[in-house]
Design a binder for this molecule. Structure first.
Ligand SMILES: Cc1ncc(COP(=O)(O)O)c(C=O)c1O
Length: 394
């Protein structure tokens, strides 16, 4: 291995969002396993590109050059078999800014946006912050895997529903949608005249499964999809503002770009090009090694839960470094569940309620951390569970 993912990156000494938002007065040593970034250093390719850019010493307004667009096109085609032209790539700094622009461009106040829940919390904040309504269709467990219920989606959709927001692959459940499922969703959207927006920010973080871009499937059927994408999750560079949306339909793209202009979207971030090229063209080895390391962390977590914390349940998850854990068998009142994890176990997790849907009794763990920490935390949880009598319930 060229990269050392065991290295302690000492993020507690930085302004890390994940490390700085720990409740301070719980009386326990806490370990943060929530916000979706990784505890690892970025690749050499990215760091070198950034260093070179810093050394230029001038940081005025910039435009993205051809090379930025070529890097995005290259990644979409080489990794995801999705061929697109340069004009379709629209830089949007971060994917949630992209979501906000799409929502404001393509829907009106009080319009409805359908999404599958539980879902990434900022979906709700952005959509509702824009004065639109979120319509949830809850995922269902079929053969221990979370999937959608077409029947429920049919019940929820109405004339005011304008957009379908998909998370592909799905955060927090880790479902990797099959081609068949994507086709079904396309047909549904076409039937109800819904535009499709697919957030694919986690698309490279797939384990023992094959990711398919929604746009590939929908375009085969003659249906447009807007895709949100970024190197942020894949290469652990979320702080570097380098997301894009892919919009092939020129009318839709014009609408979105008009809205972005009205919202005075910022100029391109001066590091966006360096990080995107460094990630998509010069970080293959880092990605391969990171996926192997995180894949092993996923296995350790899943096996530990199955064998040593059987009061917790996990469905089949094939994507992301986010583990979606069902705590229903703990039989704790929902208000006490989060406190149990932080105060008793010393672990900061994401509470299920953030994701809406039927998820109040779930929590989400981020396992993209140094392995020794992961094992220490799991062993500590086991001790607490034994002390609290949870292991006896099985
Ligand atoms: C599904 C999903 N979309 C978007 C984001 C945020 O992306 P960005 O920082 O590009 O807005 C996250 C972060 O966790 C996410 O899980």
């Amino acid at each position: 291995m060229k990269y050392n993912f065991d290295k302690d990156t000492k993020r507690e000494k930085t302004n890390s969002f994940k490390w700085n938002c720990i409740p301070k007065n719980t009386g326990n040593e806490l370990y943060p396993m929530w916000v979706a970034d990784m505890e690892f250093e970025a690749s050499e390719g990215i760091q070198n590109r950034l260093l070179r850019r810093v050394e230029e010493g001038v940081y005025g307004y910039e435009l993205l050059s051809e090379k930025y667009y070529e890097a995005v096109q290259h990644w979409l085609f080489s990794k995801h078999q999705y061929k697109t032209e340069k004009e379709s790539v629209v830089y949007c700094a971060n994917t949630m800014a992209g979501l906000s622009a799409v929502v404001q461009a393509l829907t009106e106040m009080q319009d409805e946006i359908l999404t599958l829940t539980p879902a990434y919390g900022n979906f709700f904040h952005v959509i509702e912050g824009c004065g639109r309504r979120v319509i949830e269709s809850e995922l269902v467990l079929v053969n221990n895997r979370f999937t959608f219920s077409l029947e429920d989606m049919e019940k929820k959709v109405c004339g005011r529903t304008k957009l379908f927001l998909l998370c592909n692959p799905q955060n927090p459940t880790g479902t990797v949608w099959t081609k068949e499922e994507l086709k079904t969703l396309c047909t549904f959207c076409e039937k109800h005249k819904l535009k499709i927006l697919s957030d694919e920010i986690h698309y490279d973080l797939v384990f023992d499964a094959e990711h398919t871009m929604m746009a590939r499937i929908s375009e085969e059927l003659g249906i447009d999809t807007i895709t949100l994408t970024a190197p942020g999750k894949t290469f652990n560079v979320a702080g570097l503002q380098s997301a894009s949306m892919i919009v092939r339909n020129t009318d839709i793209r014009d609408e979105i770009q008009k809205t972005m202009k009205a919202l005075t979207y910022p100029f391109e971030h001066i590091f966006a090009e360096a990080v995107t090229i460094g990630a998509y063209l010069e970080s293959g080895e880092w990605l391969e090694e990171m996926l192997a390391y995180v894949g092993e962390n996923r296995r350790i977590f899943q096996n530990f839960v199955k064998e040593r914390l059987p009061v917790l349940q996990m469905a089949d998850s094939r994507a992301t470094y986010l583990m979606w854990v069902d705590c229903r068998k703990m039989e704790l009142p929902t208000e006490e569940l989060y406190d149990f994890w932080t105060k008793k176990c010393g672990v900061v997790v994401n509470a299920g309620r953030e994701f809406r849907g039927n998820a109040k009794q779930f929590v989400r763990f981020n396992i993209a951390c140094q392995r020794d920490r992961l094992i220490r935390v799991l062993e500590h949880i086991e001790e607490v569970f034994q002390k609290e009598g949870y292991q006896k319930q099985i």
